[in-house]
Design a protein around this ligand. Structure first.
Ligand SMILES: C[S@@+](CC[C@H](N)C(=O)[O-])C[C@H]1O[C@@H](n2cnc3c(N)ncnc32)[C@H](O)[C@@H]1O
Length: 280
């Protein structure tokens, strides 16, 4: 068979499998969210005997064994959990993996990104993704609001202001990412903070970044600056003053300004306005 014909057949065979990733692609995040919501990784981690059988696990998380079995089978296949023989070899049970431990919503260890999964899989965030085609096909002159604003009638921050539960979901997501990256930034940029008396974290959320920075550099006085509804629920910390306001009006005067943003190019299409593009 000619090589080009063989390549075409290979591509066809691959496509006939790959298309199912798009048909059922949502199952990955739905199952991960389910595991986080039910605290399955915690139930396995805290169970006195390992591995944890289906009967033990369904009792621990109060789930129907037959439903739970289907979820666990999928998550084992995806490499989130492991299924191994029990000690007596008569049955099998589940154990955690480094990946499932990163789905522990109760862990604040700088590794878990469970709150970020819950944020990204919230109905508020998923709905605008389904409007992607309308924004891509609209003129690129900035006259159209981002899909998030079209779906919700307001931007992300205004929605958070009106909805304290969603505000918490956002803040927890930001905080877990901060615990992952800021200790590394602090360790790598020690010189940067020598001799610095005051630092303002602009868009500092509930103060997780400054909590880490003032612990690492105790001579610093920190100003945690964010919108008033976020500052209302911010941590109260020694060495940190919480200040509410709008950064597009003014920010507290300090020696150093710290802005931490997670800029993922495709995410920008969802809710970033031109004002925020300017910042990033
Ligand atoms: C993407 S989050 C980043 C939070 C944190 N810096 C981090 O990286 O984890 C952006 C933060 O900016 C805040 N924010 C949005 N618009 C703002 C504004 N106009 N003035 C001050 N803060 C604002 C939000 O409330 C939110 O806490």
């Amino acid at each position: 068979m000619e090589e080009s014909k063989r390549n075409l057949l290979d591509e066809e065979a691959k496509a006939s499998l790959d298309i199912w990733r798009y048909v059922f692609g949502f199952a990955d995040i739905a199952a991960a969210k389910c595991a986080i919501d039910l605290k399955i990784p915690e139930a396995i981690e805290n169970h006195p005997s390992q591995p944890v059988t289906l009967a033990e696990l369904s009792g621990a998380v109060s789930a129907s064994p037959s439903h739970l079995h289907r979820i666990m089978r999928f998550l084992v296949h995806q490499g989130v959990f492991k299924e191994v023989p029990t000690k007596d070899g008569l049955a099998t049970g589940y154990t955690n993996t480094p990946l499932s431990r990163r789905m522990m919503i109760t862990k604040r260890d700088g590794k878990s990104l469970a709150p970020f999964v819950l944020f990204e899989t919230s109905p508020e965030l998923l709905a605008p993704w389904l409007r992607l085609s309308s924004v891509v096909s609209s003129p690129a002159n900035g006259s159209h609001p981002p899909p998030f604003d079209t779906v919700h009638g307001k931007d992300l921050w205004a929605l958070a202001e009106d909805n304290p539960c969603f505000n918490d979901v956002i803040n927890e997501a930001m905080a877990c990412h901060t615990r992952l990256v800021v200790p590394r930034v602090a360790a790598a940029c020690h010189d940067l903070f020598e001799g610095v008396a005051t630092v303002v974290d602009v868009g500092g959320c509930t103060g997780e970044t400054l909590a880490i920075l003032v612990k690492e550099f105790p001579w610093i006085k920190g100003f945690n600056f964010d919108l008033p509804h976020v500052i209302e629920v911010a941590q109260v910390l020694d060495g940190v003053e919480n200040v509410g306001g709008d950064m597009f009006d003014s920010v507290p005067k300090c020696d150093n300004v710290f802005i931490k943003v997670k800029f993922i190019y495709i995410l920008s299409i969802l809710f970033i306005t031109n004002q925020w593009f300017f910042l990033s």
